[in-house]
Design a binder for this molecule. Structure first.
Ligand SMILES: Cc1cc2nc3c(=O)[nH]c(=O)nc-3n(C[C@H](O)[C@H](O)[C@H](O)COP(=O)(O)O)c2cc1C
Length: 392
């Protein structure tokens, strides 16, 4: 049934771009209730998800001992557009975390909030991996001050190894951009994903009820449309898409294989000619409407009253990663969706801020948004540079 709409020769017809073909296929699969096409699909042919050296860090992180092993776990963390904006310095009894300022998403993250959230995600993995190795960590954020070189110092001393399901989930945590099952997720279940130890005023607000969920879904669609209509943001976004050759060379960025396709859709996308940036934008917009928001069982929003504070952003990243790891350990999928806050940073006070604020407690500013649900299929790993490649 899935192939019924597809002319086997379609990929060779002039005018049948990858996008049009996959869109037709996607429509068929949506009817079957399993459709999934990813966010911000562009003209990448990157399909070798999970193969080659770019994916080795997912296979070898546990076996590496000591602080190098902790860094091997840190590099598996989430980061905006998979920029991996980190560098690490290993000393005898500490790891220093640095930002790599060359890893930038331009107008998508003009104040580098997302970049610092990504660094916070890496710090969380680092901490869990130190504990698992019997190296008890003591974290100091911004030890040299807000504009100092080090983002964090994780000093360690010997202790008993600490077992933690979140540590065990590090190698299975992936952003899931595919469809989620049509199955409700209760407030108790989602609040149970949150461990706010040491997070100060950084909170997770859950949007579960149908009406606010629909309102946030509408905002996400509108923000995706605004981002696509903004040529510079669209270009800055596109810069981090990697095609097949680039994946093994760069070992970073977004790939077609990480977009939540089913096997048939992935195969279709592989054989077709590349579509353009603007076609890809339109495609992402379609999927935001018909898959991402349509199948979101609930949304989580990480909020704060101090969104411009670097330590707050790092703490929010630690919390985000912690939620994602706990969700992974419980079979719940998570998909980051930050186009609203990306538009808020771009547009200033007159933009999406007031509409988002209406869904949140008074005085709290959204930093990060994600959807959760029970996945139709597992998400694929994304490429990574190895620990050795990110040592300073
Ligand atoms: C701060 C931040 C913002 C992100 N924003 C988005 C987003 O808007 N849409 C999306 O699909 N993924 C988003 N992601 C997920 C990253 O693209 C993802 O972490 C990265 O590609 C690595 O893939 P992985 O999480 O599967 O390991 C974001 C991640 C972080 C940490």
């Amino acid at each position: 049934m899935r192939t019924a709409l597809i002319d086997p020769a379609a990929d060779r017809k002039p005018g049948w771009s990858r996008r049009r073909f996959v869109k037709a296929l996607g429509a068929t699969v949506v009817v079957a209730g399993t459709g999934a096409l990813g966010y911000r699909i562009h003209d990448t042919a990157a399909l070798s998800s999970g193969h080659g050296e770019a994916y080795d860090p997912w296979r070898h992180w546990r076996e590496t001992p000591g602080l190098l092993g902790a860094v091997a776990a840190a590099v598996l963390a989430a980061s905006p557009h998979n920029t991996q904006p980190w560098l690490f310095g290993i000393r005898a009894d500490a790891v220093d975390v640095y930002v790599d300022p060359t890893r930038d998403t331009g107008t998508v993250d003009p104040f580098h909030r997302e970049r610092h959230v990504g660094l916070g995600c890496a710090i969380e993995n680092l901490v869990l991996a130190c504990r698992a190795r019997g190296l008890l960590p003591d974290v100091t954020l911004l030890p040299d001050g807000p504009s100092g070189a080090r983002i964090a110092e994780v000093a360690v001393h010997d202790g008993p190894p600490v077992a933690d399901p979140r540590y065990d989930a590090i190698g299975d945590r992936h952003t899931n951009r595919g469809p989620f099952e049509d199955r409700l997720i209760g407030l108790d279940t989602v609040t149970g994903l949150v461990d706010r130890t040491g997070t100060g005023d950084v909170e997770v607000r859950w949007i579960v009820d149908p009406e606010p969920r629909a309102a946030l879904g509408g905002l996400l669609v509108d923000a995706a449309a605004a981002l696509c209509a903004d040529e510079q943001q669209s270009r800055d976004n596109f810069a981090w898409f990697r095609n097949d050759d680039e994946i093994q060379r760069h070992r970073d960025g977004l790939t077609l294989g990480g977009q939540g396709f089913g096997p048939l859709e992935l195969a279709a996308a592989k054989v077709l000619p590349a579509s353009s940036r603007t076609e890809g934008d339109q495609f992402w917009l379609d999927r935001t409407r018909t898959v991402h928001t349509a199948t979101a069982a609930a949304y989580g929003v990480i909020t704060t009253r101090t969104p411009d504070d670097r330590a707050t952003q790092l703490t929010a990243g630690r919390l985000l990663e912690r939620v994602h790891l706990t969700a992974t350990s419980r079979g719940i999928a998570l998909h980051h969706m930050n186009q609203i806050t990306e538009r808020m940073d771009r547009e200033g006070a007159t933009g999406f801020g007031p509409r988002f604020a209406a869904l949140l407690p008074v005085g709290e500013t959204p930093l990060l948004t994600f959807r959760v649900g029970y996945p139709v299929r597992e998400a694929a790993p994304s490429p990574r540079r190895s620990a050795a490649q990110v040592l300073r």
